[in-house]
Design a protein around this ligand. Structure first.
Ligand SMILES: *Cc1c(COP(=O)(O)O)cnc(C)c1O
Length: 439
C-alpha cells in the first residue's frame, strides 16, 4: 500500500535559497534530485548508518556520502583522531609525520604500489595519473571505456561516438575538441574492440584507464579474463594500465580491485574511503614510475592542501579500522545476506529486477538480463522504475543515492536490524512499483 509523502518543507525552503547561490542549488549535480521525485533532502546530521534531514526525517543511509563512509557516519575513531590533530592547527604547507603515517599504512598493506602521492580529490588523482602516464611513455593518446567515470578532468569527459573504436566526443561543453581527440573510447568487456583500438593507434596509446569494478554507471562487473587480457595487451604495447580505484579501493578489500582480481596495474588511483570523509585522493605506482613526478621527475604535480594533516588524520583512523582482522569478511557477509534475501523475494514474485553485488556494493537493475557488463546494456527506460522505488523508499525511511545509475553501499555501521527494516521497506516498495505494470 502506498503511504503519504514525508514532509520536505524545510528542505524545500533551503533548496529555494540554495538556488540563488549555486547553479541548480547544489555544489555537485547529482545532488539536485533531477532523476527522482521531490526536492533534494538537506541533511542535518548522520550517526552510524542513519541520517536526519532538516525536517527531522530519519533514514537508513545507503549512499554513505557516495562511498567514503565505510565505517558509517560520525565514526568515533575517525572523529577523535581528527579532533586530536586539529588542536595543532589545520594546515602548514610543509611536510608532517601524518603523511608518512598514512603512506606507511597503505604501502605496507598493498602489494601493488611502492610509492604514493596524496592529492585532494579523486578527480585530481586521475588527472595526475594521466599526466604521469603521458610523461612516462611520451605518448599523448589515452583509451577509456564507455560507462566508466573518472571524475571531471577534461580528457575524460568524453563519450563514445558510433562504431567499434571511436574518438571521443566531449560529454561536456567547454572541453576542447583537440582534447577529446586524444581520447579513444571503446565498450567494456569487448576484447575485439580493444584489439582494434591498439591496431589502429599502434605506438600512440599512453594509457588505458578503467574502473576495474565499474560502479558509477550501474555496477558493470567485468570478467577476470577480460581484465587479464587488458593487462596483457597493455604490456605488449608499452601502454600503462591505470586502475581507477577511487570507488573500489579499500572497498572490495584493502587492496581494492587489484587485490580482488590479482592483477597488477601500472598506476592506481584512490579517493573516497582513503580520506575517511575528508577530501583526500591519491595515486601510486612502482617507485620507478612514481619517480617521474616532480620534484625528482619532469612531470609536474602539486597542491596547496595536499597531505593536509586533518585529512590525513581521518584517513589514518579509518584505514586502521579496515585492517582489523575480519573487517571485510564481516562486511561482505552482511551484504551478501541482505542481497540474497531481496533476490529471493524478487524471484518468488517474478519481478524483472536483478540485484548485482560485489563486496559491500549493490545495484538494483530493473532488467531481465542475467548479467550487465556494458553501459549499452542498460535500458534508460528502466530508470522510471527506480524513480518509483526511490520515492517509496524515502517515504519508508530508506535513503538511496538519487539516481538509478548509482550503486548503494553497506557500511560497518549497518546493523542486522537496519537491514531487516530496510528489506521490509524494499519488499513493500517493489510490490507497489510492480503493481501498476506488467512487469
Ligand atoms: C568518485 C570517482 C572519481 C572522482 O572523485 P572525486 O573525489 O569526486 O573527484 C573518479 N573515479 C572514480 C572511479 C570515482 O568513483
Amino acid at each position: 500500500m502506498s503511504i503519504p509523502d514525508i514532509s520536505r518543507e524545510k528542505s524545500a525552503a533551503l533548496y529555494e535559497r540554495a538556488k540563488t547561490y549555486f547553479p541548480g542549488g547544489v555544489n555537485s549535480p547529482v545532488r539536485a534530485f533531477k532523476s527522482v521525485y521531490g526536492t533534494p533532502l538537506f541533511i542535518e546530521k548522520g550517526d552510524g548508518s542513519h541520517i536526519w534531514d532538516a525536517d527531522g526525517n530519519e533514514f537508513v543511509d545507503f549512499c554513505c556520502s557516495w562511498g567514503p563512509l565505510i565505517l558509517g557516519h560520525n565514526n568515533a575513531s575517525v572523529r577523535n583522531k581528527v579532533m586530536e590533530v586539529m588542536q595543532n592547527g589545520m594546515s602548514f604547507g610543509a611536510p608532517t609525520a601524518l603523511e608518512n603515517e598514512l603512506a606507511e599504512l597503505i604501502l605496507s598493506n598493498n602489494r601493488f604500489i611502492e610509492k604514493i602521492r596524496f592529492v585532494s580529490s579523486g578527480t585530481e588523482a586521475v588527472m595526475s595519473a594521466i599526466r604521469l602516464a603521458r610523461g612516462y611513455t611520451k605518448r599523448d593518446k589515452i583509451l577509456k571505456f564507455e560507462g566508466c567515470y573518472h571524475g571531471h578532468t577534461d580528457a575524460l569527459l568524453v563519450k563514445a561516438g558510433s562504431g567499434l573504436v571511436t574518438f571521443g566526443e566531449s560529454s561536456s561543453a567547454g572541453v576542447p575538441k583537440a582534447f577529446a581527440d586524444e581520447t579513444i573510447v571503446v565498450s567494456l568487456n569487448d576484447m575485439e574492440a580493444l584489439r582494434a583500438a591498439f591496431d589502429e593507434f599502434k605506438g600512440q596509446i599512453a594509457a588505458v584507464i578503467i574502473e576495474p569494478i565499474p560502479a558509477n554507471n550501474g555496477l558493470l562487473l567485468q570478467s577476470k579474463d577480460y581484465l587479464q587480457y587488458l593487462r596483457e595487451i597493455c604490456t605488449e604495447n608499452g601502454t600503462l594500465l591505470i586502475f581507477d580505484e577511487v570507488i573500489s579501493g579499500f572497498r572490495v578489500g584493502f587492496e581494492g580491485a587489484a587485490g580482488y582480481y590479482g592483477i597488477q596495474p601500472d598506476i592506481l588511483t584512490y579517493g573516497k574511503i582513503i580520506g575517511g570523509g575528508l577530501p583526500v585522493g591519491a595515486y601510486g605506482a612502482s617507485a620507478e614510475v612514481m619517480d617521474h613526478i616532480s620534484p625528482v621527475g619532469s612531470v609536474y604535480q602539486a597542491g596547496t592542501l595536499s597531505g593536509n594533516p586533518v585529512a590525513m588524520a581521518a584517513g589514518i583512523a579509518q584505514l586502521s579500522e579496515l585492517l582489523k582482522p575480519g573487517f571485510y569478511e564481516e562486511l561482505q557477509a552482511k551484504t551478501a545476506g541482505f542481497v540474497k534475501a531481496i533476490q529471493d523475494f524478487v524471484a518468488e514474485r517474478g519481478y524483472n529486477l536483478k540485484i548485482f553485488t560485489v563486496g559491500s556494493i549493490f545495484w538494483f537493475a530493473f532488467t531481465d538480463q542475467e548479467a550487465i557488463s556494458t553501459a549499452e546494456q542498460i535500458d534508460p527506460l528502466s530508470m522510471l522504475k527506480f524513480k518509483e522505488m526511490h520515492r517509496e523508499l524515502i517515504n519508508r525511511g530508506v535513503y538511496l543515492g538519487p539516481s538509478g545509475y548509482e550503486v548503494g553501499f553497506i557500511s560497518a555501521a549497518h546493523t542486522l536490524a537496519d537491514l531487516e527494516t530496510t528489506k521490509t521497506a524494499i519488499f513493500d516498495s517493489l510490490d507497489i512499483v510492480f503493481s501498476n505494470s506488467t512487469n
